[in-house]
Design a binder for this molecule. Structure first.
Ligand code: PRP
Ligand code: HPA
Ligand code: MG
Length: 176
């Protein structure tokens, strides 16, 4: 079967959900500012759209980690490709991620960030695949969509670096 992408969550639905998340975050952080950490590369589209929907003051930083390479299966080893530019000490930090799958990436990042003494640390993810979780004790504070166990692309998510630019969430078919 040739490789193709089937739509799972349409563009309009993603936009609507991100608007609601932005409103919720703005309420919860009222009177404070929020320091958004984008987990590159996958988190970049979500981060940009979410940040536009937050009405409290926002600052941003970027961390790049990788564990999937060109595969649909995690290597199990989280590798820092680029560290943050700014310290987290004393800041209200919100991690912005595209997906939690095994949970290894976020578990690694949360432990790493806790050591940097933020004032608070929360997590916002566009997608969650709960059936695939290996690291169980990750608390998701803001969730876009819980999805079934299928390899998804679009809105920042890739398969072998392809499809990140799709404006919707889709499922790759015809790959192992
Ligand atoms: O819960 P996990 O099993 O750890 O999987 C989730 C992580 O894997 C993907 O990133 P990847 O390592 O492929 O890097 P990328 O964001 O640059 O594509 C995805 O963007 C998440 O960061
Ligand atoms: O379903 C997925 N799609 C793309 N990248 C991923 N990284 C973990 N899970 C996924
Ligand atoms: Mg990623």
């Amino acid at each position: 079967m040739a490789e193709s992408v089937r739509e799972m969550i349409p563009e309009e639905e993603v936009a609507k959900r991100i608007k609601t998340l932005g409103e919720q975050i703005s309420k919860d952080y009222a009177g404070r500012s929020v320091h958004l950490i984008c987990v590159l590369k996958g988190g970049v589209f979500f981060m940009c759209e979410l940040a536009k929907r937050i009405t409290v003051p926002v600052s941003m930083d970027f961390m790049s980690v990788s564990s999937y390479g060109d595969d649909t299966k995690s290597s199990g080893v989280v590798r820092i490709v680029k560290d943050l530019d700014e310290p987290l000490e004393g800041k209200d930090v919100l991690i912005v991620e595209d997906i939690i799958d095994s949970g290894r990436t976020l578990s690694y990042l949360i432990e790493n960030f806790k050591d940097r003494k933020p004032k608070s640390l929360r997590l916002c993810t566009l997608l969650d695949k709960p059936e695939r979780r290996i690291v169980k004790d990750i608390k998701v504070d803001y969730l876009g969509f819980a999805i079934p166990d299928e390899f998804v692309v679009g809105y920042g998510l890739d398969y072998a670096q392809k499809y990140r630019n799709l404006p919707y969430i889709g499922v790759v078919e015809g790959v192992e």
